[in-house]
Design a protein around this ligand. Sequence first.
Ligand code: UDP
Length: 333
Amino acid sequence: MANQKKRVLITGAAGFLGSHLCDRFLAEGFTVLGMDNFITGHKDNLHHLEGNPNFEFIEHDITKFVGIEGSLDYILHFASPASPIDYVKIPIQTLKVGSLGTHNLLGLAKAKDARILIASTSEVYGDPLVHPQPEDYFGNVNTIGPRGVYDEAKRFQESMVMAYHRFHGLETRIARIFNTYGPRMRLNDGRVVPAFIGQSLRGENLTIFGDGQQTRSFCYVDDLVEGVVRLLFSNYAEPVNLGNPDELSIIDFAHEILELAKSESKLDFMKLTENDPLQRQPDISLAKQLLNWTPKISRKEGIKHTFSYFAALPKEQLLRNEHKDFTTRNNEK
Ligand code: UDP
């Protein structure tokens, strides 16, 4: 059929980035097959797609064999826990989805003759000794630290993708994603953007790990999605950084949130988590040159959208604090 729609498989479809990618590819006229096992993703993120004739969903754990009927043109692999709290709670699943899961999807891509793009991460740079981080920096990762399960799975993932590209001639793309935020993040996943917004909405103090001088560079989800789309349709197989270079310290970010929320809350200083990178800022020269891509949405604007999203959540969801529940359960054991 000359006019048949292209079909894309999106793993982690019920997650934050995965669900936004589903929306974007549906808007572009694709047939989208979403896959998730709901370990960290949530059905609510796909609720609005129920009944959409161009959207199918399969509940499946991709660390097990992935069998798909029919043709596939593209695979976007975005399934993974992505928060330091998750790495501690579900370390083995984190390792498996980046390694075994990626292997299954590479096999699927080969069988279907599909192009595959994988979500890699700035965590491949670890606690970086080069600043900002360009793609040719090899990184500084502690293999056995608490974050090692994520960082090393993603590093292995990149190696395996390049092996399939070089050995099997598979069409592959690697996006190294820096801190991204926006609506549909999990309110209590422990990451700094939802953590600070949630705390300010509940009238709690904001928890700063360490002295708050560590930096991050936050990219709004719509900019990231645009970068992913451009990378997928480029012809470049090596890793490309996608992120917003607008860097700031965590303490400055906390003050921005308090101002936006018109909150009187104070800052609670807590222990810095092990191997927490002290600085992080993407060098996006390659993405600019290759994809003509640069983030367009300022932090002020993006955080406003995100704040409104969290503020509109049902109250019981806002008051639930999975992180505290988890700590309490652990202490009871
Ligand atoms: N952070 C913080 N308070 C929180 C959560 C996070 O100070 O309640 C800090 C954390 O130590 C890190 C930064 O915010 O330096 C970003 O943390 P996040 O978990 O969002 O992502 P990471 O970039 O570390 O993977």
